[in-house]
Design a protein around this ligand. Structure first.
Ligand SMILES: [Mg+2]
Length: 351
């Protein structure tokens, strides 16, 4: 089956809840969308929204790069699936945005053409998992009211962005813990905002923290080695773990026992699988995170996540706050847990 046409767009989407993390405030996003159309009229969709701060280029750069690549795929036979996937992997080593959007679109087209779900194609190991929902840097009062809102919607895993001031961070988390106790599980994302001593202080002066994401700078890898083992057990490496090279380095010693994989850092399903396998072989647990993204790429991440038995944490709330997504479907959300729809491809439908 031939690839007959490819459409590439960049789409602006407003967020329902603008948010602040340690280094920026976000109120709308740009998404790259790639549609790969086959000669029988079937098509696959891919999308991406990379963070320049994390990967060094933005969605507009990916848009330009993907446009230049388009002709390489036109007329190719989708039966040579792995050859096409490998070409994309090798072409976009330094552009995870183009790589992710093309990679996901080819997976979606291939699975639709063969009338199977991506979940079935990748091999499902886990049926469904709860996802955390993220609360940006806010006052304690606003944080409590947002937790109540999420509890009402069935979410129990709450990720709280911290990292501005550790004394204040400890105070806020202790108030929240006192108020909610076992009703919620708290994940922390300090987004590189703490020092080694801040992190140790936070760990010893708070309770019931499920994990701490990227407390120290991405560059301060030796700092991570200095944590005691019980803290390393709950450290999730995010900004330090962008691509497979990082996964090799970070699994060579005990920098932290959790890898936070994002398709928007590594560039799609295939690169995500490489990192996940590296973690699996080194007894490292997986957390799957995201940016603000369309259901297209969130579904791709969810299906990849559930195909690895070392996946322990989902943080795939990236499509919940989009004012208008370009597709629906992909997965069901029930009591805070995500379960893919097992319809062909990604199971998404354009709106
Ligand atoms: Mg993070």
């Amino acid at each position: 089956m031939k690839i007959e046409n490819i459409e590439i767009d960049i789409i602006n989407i407003d967020l329902t809840k603008p948010y602040t993390i340690a280094y920026k405030t976000t109120s709308s996003i740009k998404t790259l969308v790639i549609k790969v159309i086959l000669s029988n009229g079937n098509y696959g969709l891919g999308a991406s929204n990379v963070s320049k701060y994390v990967v060094g280029l933005d969605t507009a750069d990916s848009y330009n790069n993907s446009k230049k690549y388009l002709n390489h795929l036109l007329g190719r036979d989708l039966d040579s699936f792995w050859m096409i996937i490998n070409d994309i992997e090798n072409k976009f080593i330094n552009d995870p945005g183009s790589k992710a959007a093309y990679n996901i679109a080819i997976y979606d087209a291939f699975c639709k053409y063969h009338d199977i779900s991506i979940g079935k194609f990748l091999g499902r190991k886990i049926k469904s998992l709860p996802t955390s929902v993220t609360i940006g840097i806010k006052s304690t009062k606003e944080t409590i009211s947002e937790i109540n809102e999420y509890l009402g919607l069935g979410f129990k895993h709450i990720k709280i962005k911290l990292g501005n001031n550790v004394e204040e961070d400890i105070r806020r988390i202790n108030i929240i813990n006192e108020k909610f106790g076992n009703k919620i599980k708290i994940r922390i994302d300090a987004n590189q905002g703490w020092s080694l001593n801040d992190t140790i202080k936070f760990y010893s002066e708070t309770k019931q923290i499920e994990l701490i994401e990227q407390p120290l700078s991405a560059k301060d890898l030796t700092g991570y080695l200095k944590f005691p083992p019980k803290i390393k057990d709950i450290i999730a490496l995010d900004e330090s773990l962008v691509n497979f090279q990082d996964a090799l380095k970070l699994s060579s010693d005990n920098y932290g026992r959790i890898f936070n994989i994002k398709l928007m850092k590594c560039g799609g399903i295939t690169s995500g699988q490489h990192i996940a396998n590296q973690a699996y072989q080194n007894n490292i647990d997986l957390m799957w995170g995201c940016n603000d993204e369309s259901i297209i790429s969130i579904s791709a991440a969810l299906n990849t996540a559930l195909s690895f038995e070392n996946t322990k944490y989902l943080d795939l709330d990236g499509s919940f706050d989009l004012k208008e997504d370009i597709v629906n479907g992909g997965f069901n959300l029930k009591n805070g847990a995500l379960q893919p729809l097992d319809s062909p491809g990604l199971g998404v439908k354009p709106i």
